[in-house]
Design a protein around this ligand. Structure first.
Ligand code: PMP
Ligand code: GLN
Length: 419
């Protein structure tokens, strides 16, 4: 996508001659412009566009309502009671205990809270620290499913490794197991698996999960999971890869409180797995943020202890929003891929696009045309594969029902407008 004019863009011209790893990081994320400057992420760009135009923001995935009062109150209490200084390097004990209890309650996993759990500044830091910690050679490869969350390609490039992609294809976005098996080789250091998946909303099948573990064992790769949408599934309960036979000793599981508790601004995440792998991540993590968010760590400990019906309730509420969004998109003329989990729904906008344009053009014009912001799937795809996703758009369902209904009403106006 072309860079936006100020005020959305960062200072593009000032960065051009500055040597450093920023360049390969931006390039890895597809954000290095033709002039050699780094553009902001698609999420920053599109949220700025929504703020500027007053459009309904179904772009960046963040809820527009607060999470459970008990969790918000626990943060206030923690601040009032003086939990305002550095947390221990691995995170406050109450949260590490709560993560351990959560892993046991939902998945039967039994991580040791003292050695096998590390609290991080969101899943983003957990992912960055993990990739930086475990990648050691330009010949190392990291296998990801494409489309992929933007930070994966950025961090793999920063760490100096090669990204190898396995395509997820419209409309169900399940990987072909032969593609997967071809992608994983003895060069594979990490298989990075986001399930439930952003941006497609796919939940991987048992066969895919088994094949990932089989290939990781066969090629001695580490499995890194991104399970930030673990509680936002609309069918069967989530199955962590770490629960599969043979997986535990080679798997680092990453998650975050942001989605489950509607606290994306708190940036409390965690990684769990075998002590030696967690120690390796800690060795890097402690020089990124050292620690973060002490009172919020206490509050999320309270959140993770909420009863089961809280967790089933968030999934049910999001499922209703997904359904509302899906019906609205279809009525507006999109073809919809029904997601099995996550905040997101992918829709094909082909019928609504002017000839010769793509989803990036469509999304850039959408705020002006009907007052809605959405994200083109090409933002999650490496340059050589963008044509395969050129008509697909991601909409976020994690908004109030009246907001989704408003957006659907606006999108319905597309059919009557000139393209
Ligand atoms: N992974 C995925 C798949 C995401 O969608 C997000 C965005 N929320 C993150 C990681 C980052 O999570 P956090 O906000 O906890 O850093
Ligand atoms: N996870 C959010 C999304 O996919 C965005 C988070 C971010 O802006 N980095 O929309």
């Amino acid at each position: 996508m072309a860079a936006l004019d100020p005020p959305y863009a960062c200072n593009l011209s000032a960065m051009r001659e500055i040597p450093g790893a920023w360049r390969r990081t931006a390039q890895g994320a597809g954000l290095l412009s033709d002039t050699g400057a780094a553009a902001p992420t698609i999420f920053a760009e599109m949220s700025a566009l929504a703020a500027h135009t007053g459009a309904v923001n179904l772009g960046q995935g963040f809820p527009d309502e607060d999470g459970p009062a008990a969790v918000l109150d626990a943060a206030r209490d923690a601040i009032s009671s003086g939990a305002n200084q550095y947390a221990p390097g691995r995170g406050v004990a109450a949260l590490r205990d709560a993560v351990a209890d959560h892993q046991q309650r939902f998945y039967g996993l039994t991580p040791d809270p003292d050695t096998e759990i590390l609290i991080t500044a969101g899943a983003t830091e957990a992912l960055a620290a993990t990739l930086l910690a475990l990648i050691d050679s330009p010949d190392d490869e990291v296998v990801v499913f494409e489309p992929y969350y933007d930070s994966y390609a950025a961090c793999v490039a920063l760490a100096g490794a090669r990204l190898v992609t396995v395509p997820l294809r419209w409309p169900d976005f399940q990987p072909d197991l032969d593609d997967l098996s071809r992608a994983v080789t003895d060069h594979t250091r990490i298989i990075l698996v986001n399930d439930p998946h952003n941006p497609t909303g796919a939940v991987f099948s048992a066969a895919t999960r088994q094949e990932i573990v089989r290939l990781a064992e066969r090629h001695d790769a580490i499995v890194v999971t991104d399970e930030v949408y673990e509680h936002l599934v609309f069918g069967e309960p989530h199955v962590p890869l770490a629960t599969l036979a043979g997986a535990h000793e080679r798997t680092l599981s990453i998650s975050s409180a942001g989605k489950t508790f509607s606290t994306t601004g708190w940036k409390i995440g965690w990684v769990s797995g075998p002590a030696d792998l967690v120690d390796a991540v800690l060795a890097v993590k402690q020089f990124l943020t050292y620690v973060n968010g002490t009172p919020f760590q206490h509050a999320i400990a309270a959140g993770l202890a909420l009863p089961d019906d809280f967790f089933s309730g968030v999934a049910a509420a999001l499922r209703a929003k997904r359904d509302l969004l899906g019906v609205g998109l279809e009525a507006a003329g999109f073809t919809v891929s029904r997601p099995a989990g996550s905040y997101f729904t992918v829709a094909d906008a082909r019928a609504l696009m002017a000839p010769g344009t793509d989803a990036a053009d469509f999304c850039r014009a959408l705020p002006e045309r009907v007052g809605v912001v959405a994200i083109p799937l090409t933002a999650f795809v490496s340059r050589p594969h963008r044509a395969d996703y050129a008509t697909l758009v991601r909409f976020a369902a994690c908004k109030r029902e009246d907001v989704i209904a408003d957006a659907a009403g606006r999108l319905a106006g597309l059919a009557g407008l000139a393209r």
